[in-house]
Design a protein around this ligand. Structure first.
Ligand SMILES: O=C(O)C(=O)C[C@]1(C(=O)O)C=C[C@@H](O)C=C1
Length: 357
C-alpha cells in the first residue's frame, strides 16, 4: 500500500516543518529587535538594498532541488512578514485589485502590506506625496508598447524619489464567464493590452468589436456580469472575477515585460548591484546631447536606458531620461553626475536603487 510508504515520509516532513516554524519565529523576534533599534533613531523600516542582498544571496547559495526563483518568492514573503512586525507599510498602486500593478506591489513588498488601490497614476503620486501611503508603485515602461508618458511627466515634477524597480513578466489571457466565445460581441481591455495582443486578435477574432476600458481588471469585472463580453486580463484578475480562460498567453511578444518604479521619500543605500535614474535637458544647439553624455564615457559609467520626452515649451526642447549603472554614492558615478550637472540646463537625480532581477 502506498499509504504505508507515505506515512514515514510525512512524519519526516512534519518534523522539518516544526523546525522551520521555530526558526521562522526566531528570525521574526530578531526582526522585532531590529525594529526597536530603528525606532530609536527614526530610521526607515523598509530597506530595499538589504532585501535585495538577502534575495540575491539565497539564490546564489541555493543548492536545489528548489528553483532559485521559488526560493526567492519564499524569502520575499518571510521578509515581508518580518517587516510587518516592525511596521506594515502602505503601498499605493494603480487599481483596481487584480491589476499587474498590484502583482508588481506583491513582487516587491510581499503580501504583508496594506495595499491602496488608486484610480489613476496621478492619484498614486498624490497618495505618496501626501503621506497617506508610505510608497507608490507606478508603471514606467512596457517592453512592447514603450514608455508610460504620464509617469515620466510626473517624475519630473514630484519631490518623490525612486527607491526601487520591479520587472514583471506580463501575460494576457482571453477570458469569459463560460470559458467559450459563444455569444461574445465585444472584447474589452486596457488600450495597452489591446495593442499588446493585436496580432493574435486580428488572426483569431477579426470580426469581434474591441473596446478600450480603464483597466484590464475593469474589463474582467464587466465580463463577469455580461456573457456578451470577453476580457483580456491577467489570470489573477480572472480568478478575482470568476472568469474561465478561453486562451492563455495571447500577447504577441512572449517576453512581454513591464517595468515599475517604487516611489517614496526613501534614499535607498547601495546594494552592490544598483542603477541610477536621472533626467536632464540641454540647450537646443548642435552637438549638445553628445557633449552632455561625454562624462559617462569619461568615468566608465554605462548607460542602460535613454528616453526623450518633448518639454512642453513648444521650442523643440527635450527632457532626457537616462538610466546608468551604479549608485549615486559610487565614486565614479558621483564624479560623472557632478560633471553632467555642470553641462545641463536642467538636471535631477530621480533615485538610485537595486537592479531588479
Ligand atoms: O535588516 C533590516 O533592516 C530588517 O528590518 C530586517 C528585514 C528582514 O526581514 O530581513 C526586514 C525589513 C527590511 O526591509 C529589511 C530586512
Amino acid at each position: 500500500m502506498s499509504e504505508d510508504k507515505l506515512k514515514p515520509l510525512r512524519e519526516r516532513i512534519d518534523a522539518i516543518d516544526r523546525q522551520m516554524l521555530d526558526l521562522l519565529n526566531q528570525r521574526a523576534r530578531i526582526a522585532q529587535e531590529v525594529g526597536h533599534v530603528k525606532a530609536e533613531t527614526n530610521a526607515p523600516v523598509f530597506r530595499p538594498e538589504r532585501e535585495a542582498q538577502v534575495l540575491r544571496s539565497v539564490a546564489e547559495r541555493n543548492p536545489g532541488p528548489l528553483h532559485a526563483n521559488d526560493v526567492q518568492t519564499i524569502f520575499r514573503e518571510i521578509m515581508s512578514a518580518c517587516r510587518a512586525l516592525e511596521k506594515r507599510v502602505t503601498v499605493a498602486y494603480l487599481g483596481p485589485v487584480g491589476t499587474f500593478s498590484e502583482q508588481a506591489v506583491y513582487q516587491q513588498f510581499g503580501r504583508a502590506i496594506e495595499g491602496m488601490p488608486c484610480t489613476s497614476i496621478d492619484d498614486v503620486f498624490r497618495a505618496a506625496e501626501a503621506g497617506t501611503a508610505d510608497f507608490g508603485v507606478v508603471p514606467i515602461e512596457n517592453s512592447s508598447e514603450g514608455v508610460i508618458n504620464r509617469t515620466l511627466d510626473l517624475l519630473l515634477q514630484t519631490t518623490l524619489i525612486i527607491s526601487g524597480e520591479i520587472g514583471l513578466p506580463v501575460h494576457h489571457s482571453l477570458m469569459t464567464k463560460s470559458g467559450t466565445m459563444d455569444g461574445v460581441q465585444r472584447i474589452c481591455a486596457h488600450s495597452q493590452a489591446l495593442a499588446q495582443c493585436q496580432r493574435w486578435l486580428n488572426q483569431h477574432c477579426p470580426k469581434i468589436e474591441r473596446q478600450a476600458v480603464t483597466s484590464n481588471a475593469e474589463a474582467a469585472r464587466m465580463a463577469s456580469s455580461d456573457p456578451g463580453i470577453a476580457a483580456i486580463a491577467s489570470d489573477i484578475a480572472g480568478q478575482e472575477y470568476n472568469l474561465q480562460i478561453v486562451q492563455a498567453h495571447i500577447q504577441d511578444d512572449p517576453h512581454n515585460r513591464t517595468r515599475f518604479a517604487v516611489i517614496g521619500n526613501l534614499h535607498t543605500a547601495p546594494s552592490g548591484k544598483d542603477q541610477t535614474s536621472i533626467v536632464l535637458s540641454v540647450p537646443n544647439k548642435a552637438g549638445a546631447v553628445y557633449n552632455l553624455l561625454a562624462p559617462l564615457a569619461k568615468h566608465g559609467v554605462s548607460m542602460s536606458r535613454f528616453e526623450s520626452r518633448p518639454a512642453r515649451t513648444g521650442t523643440w526642447e527635450y527632457y532626457f531620461y537616462v538610466d546608468i549603472e551604479g549608485h549615486a554614492l559610487d565614486e565614479k558615478v558621483a564624479k560623472a553626475l557632478s560633471e553632467l550637472k555642470e553641462n545641463a540646463a536642467y538636471f535631477k537625480v530621480l533615485g538610485s536603487y537595486p537592479l531588479s532581477s
